[in-house]
Design a protein around this ligand. Structure first.
Ligand SMILES: NC(=O)c1ccc[n+]([C@@H]2O[C@H](COP(=O)([O-])OP(=O)(O)OC[C@H]3O[C@@H](n4cnc5c(N)ncnc54)[C@H](OP(=O)(O)O)[C@@H]3O)[C@@H](O)[C@H]2O)c1
Length: 339
């Protein structure tokens, strides 16, 4: 068995195969690009001071987290620029970090790409995708992205146009790997049918308080609300296709409604997280990360906190492997049930 494909559980079971060292890394979508299981998202970095951004970047780098996710739309380009400044101030070499950005969402607040076009809408035209990458490269002051994702599915997308954009970006050496975000299996199949490049990642919301991807699978053929399939079975599809799910907003409930840890609205959940954290010499923040990484799909967690102490606790959670019962107990404490 190749160590590249050891699951987190196997890492613990077969340390002699080099698994322990791989516990904090995964092979992104089978591409061969080894990435940390926990990454930093820059969505909330745009309005931080340069010093705050630098401290956040240095904190995660000191824990071996060298994967940074951003998007042209975040702060209308501000977040990416701030991230670039922080990386430069931290003195990192380009080849030592992995930069991922996303494009395809047009804002009504100002152009996010060099084509100057305005939304609000989603836009996967060849010209816009290339302009989006160029704009991000110039903000990041680099000549390539390790990964570029289509941010949200454009209902008017022409797969052949996306293929032409990817070919152009790939041939120019501007993008090494491609992926999607918030897409379901058939949208991915449609794209993949015309693309020369394998789609390596799909960014989707997932966390203790957002478990739609597993709810429907637990309630197959039932008549209750959790049996409703909201994503076309994206979780088993991603496992089958070896496509990495990047879990966004892992600490939020709803869509950006707020964080659930130390939130009075969720007393039972916080009590359970603390109880399990104590058992593992971890923290509630750490256990919320472990909840995602314990799933056998080998996901990657995209953290959004801009608080160094919290980031440290969250990142340390990658070393915790929850038992089956602990995983289900957190699921129940989050307000879920089984048929
Ligand atoms: N593809 C997509 O459609 C999509 C959508 C959204 C996000 N994303 C990506 O995912 C990344 C993460 O998203 P996110 O920022 O929503 O993630 P998050 O980590 O769930 O939320 C971060 C926010 O919650 C607060 N927070 C988290 N844990 C907390 C705690 N224990 N106590 C108090 N406050 C807490 C943070 O505050 P502090 O900063 O004060 O710690 C911060 O404001 C983004 O940066 C972006 O890269 C992708």
């Amino acid at each position: 068995m190749s160590t590249l494909f050891l699951s987190r559980k196997e890492c613990k079971m077969y340390p002699e195969k080099g698994g322990i060292q791989n516990m904090s890394q995964i092979n992104l979508g089978g591409s061969g690009l080894m990435v940390p299981t926990v990454a930093l998202g820059a969505m909330r970095m745009g309005d931080k001071t340069d010093a705050q951004a630098q401290e956040v970047v240095e904190t995660v780098l000191s824990k071996g987290v060298n994967f940074f996710d951003t998007a042209d739309i975040y702060g209308n380009g501000q977040s990416t620029s701030k991230l670039a400044g922080a990386l430069k101030a931290a003195g990192v070499q380009r080849e030592d970090i992995i930069l991922q950005s996303k494009g395809g969402i047009l804002s009504d607040k100002g152009p996010v790409a060099e084509d100057g076009i305005l939304g609000p809408r989603y836009e996967f035209s060849k010209e816009h995708l290339i302009a989006s990458v160029d704009a991000e490269l110039s903000r990041l002051k680099t000549d390539y992205l390790d990964v570029f994702l289509l941010h949200r599915p454009d209902v008017l997308m022409q797969p052949e146009e996306i293929a032409a954009a990817f070919d152009t970006l790939s041939a120019a050496g501007k993008v090494k790997h491609f992926g999607v975000s918030n897409m379901n299996p058939w949208q991915i199949e449609l794209l993949q049918s015309v693309l020369d490049q394998k789609l390596v990642a799909n960014q989707l919301q997932f966390g203790v308080m957002h478990t739609g991807m597993v709810d429907a699978g637990l309630h197959v053929n039932m008549a209750d609300s959790r049996s409703v399939d909201h994503d076309g079975g994206i979780l088993p599809y991603s496992q089958l296709k070896n496509m990495t799910i990047q879990a966004w907003s892992p600490f939020q409930y709803g869509m950006f409604e707020g964080h659930f840890i130390d939130n009075d609205k969720f007393p039972e959940l916080n009590k359970k997280l603390q109880e399990i954290a104590d058992k593992h010499h971890s923290t509630k923040n750490g256990i919320a990360v472990a909840f995602i990484l314990t799933h056998p799909a080998n996901m990657q967690v995209i953290l959004g906190s801009m608080t160094p102490s919290r980031l440290t606790e969250m990142i340390d959670g990658r070393d915790v492997q929850l038992s089956h019962q602990e995983w289900y107990d957190i699921y129940f404490a989050a307000g879920n049930d089984l048929p």
